[in-house]
Design a protein around this ligand. Sequence first.
Ligand code: HEM
Length: 383
Amino acid sequence: MRRACDNVLGLKNAVNYHSIQRNEAVFTAHSLLGEPENWRSHIERTSSSVALSMMYDSPLVQSLQDPSLLWMNRYVEEISAILMPGAFLVEVLPFLRHLPRSLSKWRRDAEESFEKSTAYFEKRFQNIKKQVVSGQEQRPSFCVSLAENQENSKLSDQECAWLAGLLYAAGSETTATTMIWFIFCMVLFPDIQTRAQEELDKVVGRSRVPSFADLKHLPYIHAIVKEILRWRTPHVSAENSFDSDSDPSTTTLRYTGRCRGIPTRRHLDENGQLKDGLLGLSESHFTYGFGQRICVGRHVANNTLFMAAATILWTMRLEGVKDSDGNVVVPDVNSEEENGVLVRPPPFSITTTPRFRDADTFIKEARDEVVEENLVARLDARD
Ligand code: HEM
């Protein structure tokens, strides 16, 4: 399964998802500019919709209330709750696993949830596989690649179906959380935002929205995304200790990417500016894990984050709301709250203003094109 993911989401194939990521970035920037009060929902919609499109080539989903997102996100919530260490008594008292099924509610619930999810994921995978087998031309998606390579990978239909479902879960919340930290950081550090916008003016100009071709010329925006991943790793920072007396069969060991991050000092010069270390191409953090278990989705995640950051910063100035004295309210630098196994900033409000004359017109036109393209894709999907 790991090999199948590495192949489809690797550096070379990550370009297959560029147009999805670019369209989502445009749609998000337009939504943030028009409705800053709902900024978190817009970010959550984006990462869910990107993940769904990458898995199943679904057209961009315009609302978090869309039934397909509601279903997938309910399933992600269930998985997140199950993943929390200590969620079930049987983890602490392993002998409970020998009780008959009739006395094990946790087992019955798990089986029921497995059956429900399997039916849903298999239906989605089978729809795509049928089209692949019939020789119908397909746009790239994770399921298309799985179906095309099923003979080599030797994965069953059920394994393929679950793999796509699990990738959605692995990629949607993590990406949304990082994007939320991005907004937090831009509000908190206006000077960094200004410098990124100066870079955008120099490289992209003000008469078109950023494209993937620009990204290698935007080292400062790369550096911002990397630093956010390092500084505000989305994972829970577990601080539990364990010792040699701990029972290995019942101890859950989680590492936190954050404690393995490189200290900020090394990345800032005496003026507080980012040093070259972060401007290079290497990851510079351990937020995607390491070794054989390193995140297979890191290339597509980086692309989604870079594109969204560049497009949002190109379009608008992000600020905290003003208090009654006219001072901008910024969130507390140390604030964070747990959300399942991830850590997010607590709620805060933002304002967004077009960064220059016509920025709102440009982003609206780009967004209208995306919506039109989407409509055609939806009609195609129905045929
Ligand atoms: C900012 C976004 C993301 C972060 C911070 C992140 C972080 C991580 C981390 C730390 C691991 C390693 C866990 C371990 O050591 O067991 C991991 C694994 C994984 N990630 Fe991500 N991830 C992100 C986005 C994605 C995306 C977009 C996808 C899929 C499209 C994805 C798919 C996976 C998968 C399948 C694994 C399991 C790999 C294995 O065990 O072989 N991730 N991720």
